[in-house]
Design a protein around this ligand. Structure first.
Ligand code: COA
Length: 299
């Protein structure tokens, strides 16, 4: 005999909410997530599509919302399901609905989610394709660290990828000294993780980006600096290209450092953080001077 319980999510209705349902959904978010009701009401008034809920027999049993506020990366702000209905795929479906709004309808470059450390949330987000990106340690957190500054100020420690085990592994590979204290920080109770997922629909291919960079080298595409002379300026530095694209170069106090970002007019982009090919790209000193207008010898 088959003793498996049938999946319970079939009768669950997951969608944006109607006006008359707001109070019940807000109550659930307050109960499960200690959400601020007024803040939620303001969010719902401004961006009703950013609040979704799961209903069973007309009652909300799960809630998800994002802050869609015009930044490039949309922060997911809350996600919870009532304990009795967990582990039947409801959170995953709520998340997918929210991601459709963020990635497809609103064209965000990605979504981020700051979460307290929690195995269910981490399991859900990692299996949904999120990277563990940063670890934030609250100021004054009771953690054993060697670096006084981190203990005193709190900190954000990068990075990256996959689940927490991979995160530790990466840090170990990066720098054993730092791993030692970061590893212990990770186990601090008062810390949050930042999860992040990229909207791959908006990413430009390496081939396309490198063809653009070669066209700059050859002079087929020319650049006009938006902020004048790069000498003695610092940070991301923008150019308008003659083909209608945009390129931002990281300017290290008058030295061409790396391609920070390339943007096509249709919103697709790539850059140092998205592509190893771009991270490793470096034009010749002659191109840095002629095409990008950096002082001779810089780069
Ligand atoms: C996290 C939470 C939303 C998950 O809801 P859920 O509906 O049970 O999740 P799902 O059934 O959709 O699970 C999807 C996947 O997430 C992962 N997951 C869910 N619960 C998990 C758990 N307890 N441990 C490890 N992984 C888990 C699994 O990969 C799961 O897939 P699987 O069931 O096929 O293995 C729910 O546990 C919850 O409401 N927790 C409290 C919310 C909270 O504190 N939020 C704070 C930050 S906003």
């Amino acid at each position: 005999m088959d003793h498996r319980t049938p999946r319970t999510d079939d009768a669950v209705d997951i969608r944006e909410i109607a006006q008359g349902e707001f109070s019940a959904v807000a109550e659930l978010a307050v109960r499960l997530l200690s959400a601020d009701r007024d803040e939620l009401a303001a969010l719902y008034a401004a961006t009703p599509f950013a609040l979704r809920a799961a209903f069973a027999s007309g009652q909300p049993i799960g809630v998800a919302y994002a802050r869609i506020d015009g930044e490039k990366y949309a922060p997911l702000a809350g996600l919870a399901v009532i304990p009795e209905r967990r582990r039947s795929g409801i959170a995953r479906r709520l998340l997918e609905g929210l991601e459709h709004t963020v990635f497809v309808e609103r064209n965000y470059r990605g979504s981020t989610f700051w979460c307290p450390r929690d195995p269910a949330m981490e399991g859900l987000l990692v299996s949904a394709g999120y990277d563990v990106f940063n670890l934030e340690i609250e100021a004054g957190a009771d953690i054993e660290v060697r670096e006084e500054e981190v203990r005193r100020l709190g900190g954000m420690i990068a990075r990256r990828k996959g689940d927490s085990a991979a995160l530790q592994f990466h840090l170990r590979a990066y720098d054993p000294e730092r791993y030692d204290h970061l590893g212990r920080c990770y186990h601090a109770t008062r810390s949050r993780l930042r999860f992040s997922k990229v909207n791959t629909r908006l990413l430009m291919t390496d081939d396309e980006a490198l063809a653009f960079l070669r066209a700059i080298e050859s002079g087929e595409v020319t650049l006009i600096s938006r902020w004048g002379d790069p000498a003695a300026q610092n940070g991301p530095f923008p150019y308008d290209a003659s083909n209608g694209w945009e390129i931002w170069v990281f300017n290290d106090v008058g030295e061409w450092d790396y391609v920070d970002e390339i943007r096509a007019p249709d919103g697709r982009y790539t850059g140092f953080d998205q592509s190893l090919a771009i991270e490793h790209y470096e034009p010749s000193p002659e191109v840095i001077e002629r095409a990008y207008g950096f002082p001779a010898g810089a780069g």
